[in-house]
Write a protein that binds this ligand. Sequence first.
Ligand SMILES: Nc1nc2c(ncn2[C@@H]2O[C@H](COP(=O)(O)OP(=O)(O)O)[C@@H](O)[C@H]2O)c(=O)[nH]1
Ligand SMILES: [Mg+2]
Length: 278
Amino acid sequence: MGGRSSSSAPPPSPLFSKPWRTINWEFKERDLQYVKSYKPQTDGQQLRILLHGPVGVGKSSFINSVQSVVKGKMSKNAGVANISGSTQTRKYNTYMIQKDGQNTFCSFVLNDTMGLECNTNRRRKVYVKDIKQAMKGRVRDGYTFNPECKISKEDPKYNPDPTANDKVHVLVCVVDASTVSQMSDKVIETLQDIREEASDLGIPQVAILTKIDLICPEIKKDIKNVYRSKILKKKMEEFSAAVGYPMNSIFPVKNYHEETNFNSDIDSLILSVVRDII
Ligand SMILES: Nc1nc2c(ncn2[C@@H]2O[C@H](COP(=O)(O)OP(=O)(O)O)[C@@H](O)[C@H]2O)c(=O)[nH]1
Ligand SMILES: [Mg+2]
């Protein structure tokens, strides 16, 4: 019949009545100061954060978002794919995070990598090997990844002698919340492999789930609903079970990708994630 019956229960709310994780939305300035003034324990050291994950999940957009929020000015340094996906990152680039107006930079840097493509086993293996070399600090800035072939020791961009600053200190696995459920076994397996390699190297790991605006209209309407959204929590749990990241190391993010103006809540969420990473 399909008609509306007066006896049927109201549809369950897409939101929990209380957030299951707290974000202090009004502490944005405090988090911004924390991120800007953060100093690693060793003098002169910089914290290197490596982003990796499938193609088109929003790695470059995340870097742009962090640069924008910290600088207070929209930034598009990291090339972002257009709708047809033609700006695919192949270069290994280090992005410094400029503080507002001054020519000074934060004590952490973000590294963008080639996106993971699992169309052949060879590509998978090359990807894992290259990310491992990058984590060890063996890949110099500006190296162009070749999906068919791992970095060669003879390559001028191969660094046989990495310093503490060249090595990666935190690994960030970036995935798209709207496609998490469709990740192929090959992708999942590759992300697990990278996670194991990082663990072997003693590198701490976190995961970022992007595009949360696409999976939940309530989040799109108001980013403050992030930890009240039932569907997002489900996606995080799904990802956690599949790849093995504990829930407390998974962070949802909405990147700046088409906006021209800042939104204080988007800023807060990005800053809280950066703060948690560092
Ligand atoms: N709706 C939405 N789109 C996003 C978000 N982050 C990135 N995008 C879009 O996703 C596409 C791929 O982003 P990109 O940063 O190039 O991904 P990358 O290949 O991982 O570097 C671009 O069209 C972005 O505009 C987000 O948080 N929400
Ligand atoms: Mg990219």
